[in-house]
Design a protein around this ligand. Structure first.
Ligand SMILES: [Zn+2]
Length: 65
């Protein structure tokens, strides 16, 4: 597997956290910053919208109750 994965669900929606073996280039859909990182998170909002977000947005979202 090129990545390891874990799923978390909070009031902010559900997230699939992936740690890749190589850095990935992407734009975070929450803070809109271009990123190069091994950690890429797929976030499904409570409304059901799928977003790609960075590790710091993931940390913020998962700290919600
Ligand atoms: Zn972000």
């Amino acid at each position: 597997m090129p990545f390891t994965e874990k799923r978390i669900t909070t009031s902010a929606g559900s997230s699939v956290f992936r740690r890749h073996t190589k850095p990935q280039e992407f734009v975070c859909d929450r803070d809109l910053l271009p990123r190069t990182a091994k950690i890429v998170v797929r976030w499904t909002t409570p409304e059901g919208t799928e977003r790609t977000i960075c590790n710091s947005c993931y940390g913020f979202l998962m700290s919600q109750p």
